[in-house]
Design a protein around this ligand. Structure first.
Ligand SMILES: *[C@@H]1O[C@H](CO)[C@@H](O)[C@H](O)[C@H]1NC(C)=O
Ligand SMILES: *[C@@H]1O[C@H](CO)[C@@H](O)[C@H](O)[C@H]1NC(C)=O
Length: 391
């Protein structure tokens, strides 16, 4: 017993010492934290500086302004580009009213993400925040749509046709930041547009081979060119533009926002130059017209791909089903029919397996579809139909 006690004594003593030392240490801290608010105020000026040691790796502030929206944030963000296993041929950025969930669902049904991925493509929808008046969809529903598909990019500005320029710049910035080194091309689309993705893919593949300089340049803008249109100066028109908003008699040539093709270097320059240019709310006119002109970027004209008639696309679907006739057009409006894109893409694909035939002479769409045609010629239609897209 005595022997054991003698061996334990130094251990007990050192334990006591440790306890004593810790008591001193913690009481010091306790005293510090019990200082009155006044003491704290006097001793630690400013208090935050003491509590938050400088972060060697500061997180980017959520404030990453979008044009003059200093409090811009993404409400929903997608990583479809970063997570792609190999470099994508293109990322599709589709301007979509947040409430158009049924229309987005038609896009996904027409060509699902898995199939896009097989083709070297990915797609996101560009949304803004739901306006207070929106009754049919909630932010929770959008969050669950995002959970399911991960293809939404939503900014915190409010949905409005007068806010489309914000949305468009958001899309170009998002694609150039998220898809740099991940996607060769950017295809900008509206959600109510029919587009032949198989045709666009062929075009991009040919562009890479045939014009590699243009494909990788910072001057790629390709689509439907609208030449020198005058602004609408009639007050009653939804698209009325005041002299203050746009003082000149004509717009510079610009690309229809229905569908155009660009790439990361070009999108980046346009988004950066937009920050320096004065804001204009008609998004395609501003970005691919006014802002583009400041950068001296020429436009690639592919007007023959486009039809302003939803009926023509409808007739195309009918003739593809019945006779496997190739469609003369690759892009057009859906005419308010959400299902038309599904029908069109499901029927046009066979033409890329050489299962279609050229339209016989005398059976052009203009001749065989004319009875159904209600809207005007494409030249007018592009300007006239477009305004209807957002109620
Ligand atoms: C941003 O600019 C637009 C157009 O000039 C203006 O109408 C709007 O009030 C500005 N917004 C902010 C947050 O400054
Ligand atoms: C555009 O978005 C801003 C920012 O959220 C908002 O304050 C403004 O009301 C919106 N504009 C319109 C015309 O709704």
């Amino acid at each position: 017993m005595r022997m054991r006690g003698r061996r334990l004594l130094p251990i007990i003593l050192s334990l006591l010492l440790i306890v004593l030392l810790s008591l001193c240490y913690f009481s010091g801290h306790l005293r510090e934290s019990r200082e009155s608010p006044v003491d704290q105020f006097l001793l630690h000026l400013p208090p935050e500086a003491e509590e938050e040691p400088p972060n060697p790796n500061p997180q980017p502030k959520p404030a990453n302004p979008l044009l003059n929206l200093t409090d811009f944030q993404y409400l929903l963000a997608s990583n479809v580009c970063r997570k792609a296993e190999r470099e994508l041929l293109a990322i599709l950025i589709v301007t979509s009213y947040a409430g158009h969930d049924a229309l987005r669902s038609a896009h996904r049904q027409a060509i699902p993400q898995s199939k896009l991925a097989e083709m070297g493509l990915q797609r996101v929808f560009l949304l803004a925040a739901l306006p207070a008046r929106e009754r049919f969809i909630s932010q929770e529903q959008l969050a669950s749509e995002q959970q399911r598909f991960g293809d939404l990019v939503q900014g915190n500005f409010i949905e409005d046709y007068r806010n489309l320029s914000y949305k468009h710049v958001m899309g170009l910035k998002w694609a150039s930041q998220e898809c740099r080194n991940h996607a060769k091309f950017i295809i900008k689309l509206d959600d109510d547009i029919i587009y032949d993705i198989f045709h666009l893919r062929r075009y991009l593949e040919a562009l890479e081979v045939g014009q590699p300089g243009l494909a990788t340049s910072s001057t790629l803008l390709s689509g439907y060119v609208l030449d020198a249109k005058p602004p609408i100066r009639l007050l009653a028109n939804k698209w009325y533009v005041s002299k203050k908003e746009y003082p000149h008699a004509l717009y510079p040539a610009y690309l229809s926002g229905w569908m155009y093709v660009t790439n990361v270097p070009t999108a980046e320059r346009i988004a950066a130059e937009a920050e320096r240019a004065s804001f204009f709310w008609i998004d395609d006119t501003w970005l691919t017209g006014v802002v583009r002109t400041r950068l001296g970027i020429p436009l690639e004209r592919h007007n023959d791909w486009f039809s302003a008639n939803a009926e023509f696309i409808d007739c195309c679907v009918r003739d593809l089903k019945q006779h496997s006739y190739e469609c003369e057009y690759s892009v057009g409006p859906n005419g308010g029919d959400d299902r038309l894109l599904v029908e069109f893409l499901h029927n046009v694909e066979k033409c890329y397996f050489d299962e279609c035939v050229k339209r016989p002479a005398g059976k052009s769409l203009k001749e065989t579809c004319v009875a159904a045609v209600k809207s005007r010629a494409p030249e007018h239609g592009l300007a006239e139909v477009k305004p209807l897209r957002l109620r």
